[in-house]
Design a protein around this ligand. Sequence first.
Ligand code: SAM
Length: 273
Amino acid sequence: MNPKTLRGPFLENEPVVFLDRKDREYLARLDRSRPIAIRGGKFSIEDIIGHEEGSVVRSSVNEPFLVFRPSLPQLIPNLPRNAQVIYPKDLGPILIWADLFPGARVVEAGVGAGALSMALLRAIASEGHLYSYELRQDFVAMAEKNVAKYFGAAPNWTLKIGDVATELEESDIDRVVLDLPEPWQVIKSAWKALRPGGILLCYLPTVLQVKSLVDALRDDQRFACIETLETLMRFWHIKGMSARPQHRMVAHTGFLTCARRLADGQKDIPRSP
Ligand SMILES: C[S@@+](CC[C@H](N)C(=O)[O-])C[C@H]1O[C@@H](n2cnc3c(N)ncnc32)[C@H](O)[C@@H]1O
């Protein structure tokens, strides 16, 4: 079963998201052995299996909820995790700035809870391949579980326990996407793994890390098109005559820095100051 391609009535063991009257989200699974409890009420799985997405269902305390298969923006913030995940706000720009495409051969590190892995798997489709490196065994286990539960079977995903800076083995890679604290340690192995023209994209929370990375990329001279950006996303409140930005917003998550690998033996051209 691949939750991403399912249509029609809900089936047993599917992930679902419940939305209450304030649009608060509750991620659950249609598992007969584990009844779903939300806000003091319970759901019988039998009452949900067989309904279409977008149905109204009522808990045992008669509270109404909408139920859907979770979209990626509904899934990621609610994903079980033991490390910070990359949020949909940044996942969208990562997919475009790293220029992901169906069929791409991609290396990713670190894996954490697997949020970025799911977005990458979806973008490369079944004809691509994702090689993911993670230092910690417990994170690998969690990511494996999350992907199996919420993304579905991923035969084109190779998940490795190891340090991507010293153990990266792949070659002819189209994209390297890094979410780890010291990506400058990975520049040499990323260059080796990438094919000419391949893209390295790094996600970093602080500008001091960005500075270290960009300096190291420039010193290396074998990457060009080095760009750093951040995304500011503001949700709006639209209700009756009240149409305004929401009072609160997430002011900062991280910076994206991307660069393109030059051909073998080539160095970046001199830049004007
Ligand atoms: C912030 S978490 C990644 C979250 C993940 N991208 C997501 O969206 O769910 C950073 C991860 O990088 C891993 N890590 C740090 N340095 C690494 C390295 N050199 N090689 C592989 N993994 C590394 C850490 O163990 C940690 O799990």
